[in-house]
Write a protein that binds this ligand. Structure first.
Ligand SMILES: Cc1cc2nc3c(=O)[nH]c(=O)nc-3n(C[C@H](O)[C@H](O)[C@H](O)COP(=O)(O)OP(=O)(O)OC[C@H]3O[C@@H](n4cnc5c(N)ncnc54)[C@H](O)[C@@H]3O)c2cc1C
Length: 326
């Protein structure tokens, strides 16, 4: 297989460590690994995997992943296609560009409208697929259209065809739908508006720095917050389990969400450690890699937490992080 892949794609390596391609710094080797430096490379790699009937995984910034210690079979395609173009207020960016780089460049060109993306790890492709966002805003707010590879061809989809919802899109639920490039819609800002966005970017970056354990490898929030508009919880049980008053419950859930970091803090689970995996002291919804964490440690820690929360509050926590190779 390696010879066929090399013949079609050129440089394909074997047993590339995926730990070095994820923000968690965890994960075994990719059997075959190819870095797509252009959109054409990316399309070719996808077509080749389909032609050769080999499983593939498309890697962005690796900021939402827990890769197993055994690694991944098949072909891992790393997106390093970062071509980017601004024409007036139109922004065209390939999928492998980092969100934070695109944000910087658009602000340099006086385009405003998405300071909320400050400090958002990962690529444009990953962000579109999961409709990444912060502070009540998301990629769907600034996306005009998306070039998508599917079954050998690339087609342009307007944003309204992509079923964007909270941290969700049609792309996420349709295997084989791959973002290769995106057209963003932003606004040409006045000097004051640009300054306002730049100031806001700094505020959001500082906020992440102050509230998230950015000094240790992690994969963001491991669990989804409990959306009380969709999930029914036994309020009396939660209040008793968390040992809080009615008023404290009302305060904690004032945005119709029960934050996981709040739950884990109240249950005394912050700092809980298995091997090199630890529930962050700084932000309870993050698991950090204190140095030598294996995927196995993270999985055991997550399982323990889920069981405690299930038993004590009657709530089933759901993972935000994506498992790969398990
Ligand atoms: C410290 C930290 C803070 C975070 N804060 C936030 C936050 O505030 N808001 C938020 O929404 N998320 C947050 N995240 C999670 C993460 O940044 C997002 O989910 C991000 O959009 C993932 O992009 P990625 O390129 O890293 O994707 P990866 O982790 O590499 O991949 C994730 C999934 O997307 C798929 N994918 C990647 N590229 C494409 C593509 N071009 N087409 C189709 N599928 C693709 C992959 O195959 C995989 O299934 C945070 C993560 C960290 C580590």
């Amino acid at each position: 297989m390696i010879d066929q892949l090399k013949q079609k794609l050129g440089e394909v390596t074997e047993n590339e460590s995926l730990a070095s391609h994820t923000t968690f710094k965890i994960g075994g080797p990719a059997k075959y690994f190819f870095e797509a430096k252009t959109k054409d490379d990316l399309v070719k790699a996808l077509q080749t995997a389909e032609e050769l009937k080999i499983d593939y995984f498309l890697l962005g910034g690796g900021s939402n992943l827990l890769v197993s210690d055994q690694g991944l079979d098949g072909l891992t395609i790393k997106q390093s296609n970062t071509t980017f173009k601004i024409t007036d207020d139109k922004v065209y960016t390939e999928s492998g560009a980092l969100v934070v780089d695109v944000l910087d460049k658009t602000l340099e060109s006086s385009l405003v409208g998405w300071p909320w993306a400050a400090g958002l790890p990962g690529t444009i492709g990953g962000a579109i697929r999961g409709n990444a966002g912060a502070y009540g805003k998301a990629m769907s707010d600034i996306t005009e259209s998306v070039e998508i590879y599917q079954k050998g061809k690339v087609n342009n989809f307007t944003a309204d065809k992509l079923g964007f919802k909270y941290r969700h899109s049609v792309i996420k639920e349709t295997p084989g739908m791959i973002v290769v490039a995106v057209n963003l819609k932003l606004k040409k800002g006045s000097t004051e508006e640009v300054k306002k966005d730049k100031d806001q970017v700094k505020i959001y970056n500082d906020r992440r720095e102050n509230t998230q354990p950015l000094d240790l490898p992690n994969s963001g929030c491991v669990f989804k917050n409990i959306d009380l508009t969709k999930i029914k919880v036994d309020k009396a049980k939660v209040i008793k389990g968390l040992d809080i008053t009615e008023e404290e419950y009302a305060e904690a859930t004032k945005f119709d969400k029960l934050p996981v970091s709040y739950i884990l803090d109240r249950l005394g689970l912050k700092g809980k450690t298995i091997g090199g995996a630890q529930v962050s002291e700084k932000h309870g919804a993050f698991v950090v890699n204190t140095g030598e964490a294996k995927a196995e440690h993270v999985i055991m820690l997550i399982s323990d937490i889920k069981m405690r929360v299930r038993n004590e509050l009657g709530i089933q926590l759901m993972e935000e992080v994506q498992y790969l190779g398990f």
